[in-house]
Design a protein around this ligand. Structure first.
Ligand code: GTP
Ligand code: MG
Length: 359
């Protein structure tokens, strides 16, 4: 899973990125290309399973986080969406707008004042215009090609592009359009921005902690049509805290009145907007968390572990984590009727512990 941090210049993307990667020394230098870091997804349930099974290793799920260079303004008050930027986010599954909420006169804001709602709406509009420009030029090209070529793919693509354009013309982002699997496949190679799932993270300073919740509630009601999740975070405070031990960190966060770290919020939101959840495998070698789509069947989940498990799937032995913790062992789960044998169509639940039987 790939997540891209995008936004106007100096909103705190790199500061956030450094807290996520627990790297407090990376200078927040201006870069032309995206920096990437593979982040372990913290998982209390997995930690607990590791304590019980005492395996050789614990393998957490991971997520790749991309720190994109800030978007600059052009002279006509538009944002410059460069090819470097588009290439940087091309394979991202979801984007997070990193929006400036902190006040600091020594750090310039490209629009010269602090107004998170304006910045969010500005990015939404600019990204939508970028998508429309792309779709329009693509459509024009396809309409020319279709006259010369008998390629069925071109014929199929035209109505999909038209459908997307029609949606954008209503000022709606492509993430809110319904596309079937074939339509999505046709669009998958393109550099569309609003088709990606969206989280919005607003970077506040210490002085705003007590008023943040009210702000966020207000933004949520104004941004309903964006279909995005909005979270506040405190990059500068957290960057200072990430040098401390985890214990000290949580004490200081409580002192500040911050009840959850930016990393935790970003990860939870990513799972939520991408419709993902986790299942576990356990054993003497390793205890491991796997990330899958919420609608995955047991056979598809088995395929995430190994393609052979998909092809040679017989059954999945399943116990839910909560049942396992309640009863204490697989044998006790069997006695209590909490141990199940599931077929390939079974929809895996968040927190299932699976053992795949295969031929
Ligand atoms: N006062 C204050 N400064 C902050 C906060 N968050 C980030 N900064 C500072 O703002 C400046 C820009 O932060 P960066 O994290 O580099 O911002 P960025 O979005 O990566 O910037 P670009 O990559 O140039 O777009 C740095 O000097 C940070 O130390 C904050 O919450 N409060
Ligand atoms: Mg940066």
């Amino acid at each position: 899973m790939q997540i891209g941090l995008v936004g106007l210049q100096h909103s705190g993307k790199t500061t956030l990125f450094n807290t996520l990667s627990k790297n407090s020394s990376n200078p927040t230098a201006v870069k032309e290309e995206a920096a990437v870091e593979v982040v372990k997804v913290p998982d209390e349930r997995l930690n607990h399973l590791t304590q019980i099974f005492n395996p050789l290793k614990q393998v957490n799920a991971t997520i790749e986080i991309f720190d994109l260079p800030g978007l600059k303004m052009s002279d006509d008050n538009k944002v410059k969406i460069t090819n470097i930027f588009l290439n940087g986010v091309k394979n991202n599954d979801a984007l997070f707008y990193i929006i400036r909420g902190f006040k600091d006169d020594t750090i310039m804001h490209p629009m010269e004042s602090i107004n998170p709602l304006r910045d969010i709406e500005f990015l939404e509009t600019e990204f939508l215009l970028s998508d429309m420009a792309f779709l329009e030029s693509r459509l024009e090209k396809l309409k020319k090609e279709v006259l010369k070529s008998k390629d069925e793919k071109i014929k199929k693509e035209i109505p999909v592009i038209e459908k997307c354009l029609f949606h954008c013309e209503k000022e709606l982002p492509l993430r809110t359009i319904h596309l079937d699997e074939n339509e999505l496949k046709l669009l998958s190679g393109y550099q569309l921005l609003t088709i990606k799932q969206l989280g919005i993270a607003i970077n506040y300073d210490e002085d705003s902690i007590s008023t943040v919740d009210g702000d966020i509630a207000q933004f949520k009601s104004k941004l309903e049509k964006s279909n995005a999740t909005i979270i506040p975070f405190f990059a500068k405070i957290e960057l200072e805290l990430c040098r401390m031990s985890e214990e000290d960190q949580s004490v200081f966060m409580k002192d500040y009145g911050i009840n959850e770290s930016a990393l935790s919020k970003i990860l939870k939101t990513s799972y939520q907007i991408l419709g993902l959840h986790s299942f576990f495998t356990v054993g003497e070698d390793e205890c491991r968390a796997w990330t899958i789509k919420k609608n995955y069947t047991a056979q598809q989940a088995a395929g995430v572990i190994h393609t052979d498990f998909f092809n040679k799937f017989i059954r999945a032995e399943a116990v839910h984590y909560d049942d396992f913790v309640k009863h204490g062992s697989f044998n006790k789960c069997k006695e209590a009727g909490a141990w199940r044998l599931e077929g390939k169509e079974y929809i895996v639940k968040d927190g299932d512990i699976l053992n795949i039987r295969h031929s």
